[in-house]
Design a protein around this ligand. Sequence first.
Ligand SMILES: Nc1nc(=O)c2c([nH]1)NC[C@@H]1CN(c3ccc(C(=O)N[C@@H](CCC(=O)O)C(=O)O)cc3)C=[N+]21
Length: 291
Amino acid sequence: MSATIIDGKAHAARLRERIAVQAAAFAGAAGRAAGLAVVLVGEDPASAVYVRSKGKATIAAGMESFEHRLPADTDQAALIALVDRLNADPAVDGILVQLPLPAHLDADAILTRIDSDKDVDGFHPVNVGRLMLGLPGLVPCTPYGCLLLLQDVLGDLTGLDAVVVGRSNIVGKPMAALLTAASATVTIAHSRTRDLAAVVRRADIVVAAVGRAQMIPGDWIKPGATVIDVGINRTDAGLVGDVDFASAVEVAGAITPVPGGVGPMTIACLLRNTVVAAARREGVPLDMSAL
Ligand SMILES: Nc1nc(=O)c2c([nH]1)NC[C@@H]1CN(c3ccc(C(=O)N[C@@H](CCC(=O)O)C(=O)O)cc3)C=[N+]21
């Protein structure tokens, strides 16, 4: 039996339509479009591609896009000065500083400098704290997109066994927090986990976010489990996930492809966070059930 393929691209397109409705409602009430500023330091080609598709999606959703491209040798003070300017700019509701930054820059200091109410990545310590406490805030885009896909496939997640493979600040840790808040039973596994195969095998939900090409084979997957593959690995064979799709699709109940799974949801959730941030800043009510 072959798994249902979770169409992240189609799901993201529907979400972007609903966001566009809310973005128009915001613009009508506030007298201006919601604005997203993206900062790219250096010219990593993959980052440039992502920034471009994000800019297009922002405009298509009826929001304003501000792009700031800085040379690779930009120093900390100059980047801090730009963040301060964007923090103070009333037309900017969301700020995203593309990661990874060149090694000579202190990424933590930059992310902490962003106004937490404009932190559409949800990486600021204040938003991380809000997520852990269950307070309203801005939630990291990739894990939020994964949660939406899981709820679409499974409905209520209460009591389900979820294993998150990977403990990064941008995916693994916030993913575990969201699944916990959704009343799943959550295990965070990582490179030091003993008998990872056995840990993954007991999961109803597997979220793979380790960044190692095809490291989770189908025979680790419990029959019928839902598999969310966050990995985007460029190999000679093209773009592949952290899950070995060919073998996993034969065992899973549902699985995201790479590309066309989680990636498009990340961008849609960035737009979602931008309109949510804009509405909170201006005190405009939104239909959050649409988002
Ligand atoms: N501050 C920050 N926030 C981010 O959210 C962030 C970041 N930095 N740095 C880079 C990563 C990567 N990322 C992706 C988003 C969408 C796709 C995406 O839409 N991928 C498509 C196409 C992939 C392709 O063809 O290259 C897919 O999976 O179907 C990929 C990658 C966001 N990131």
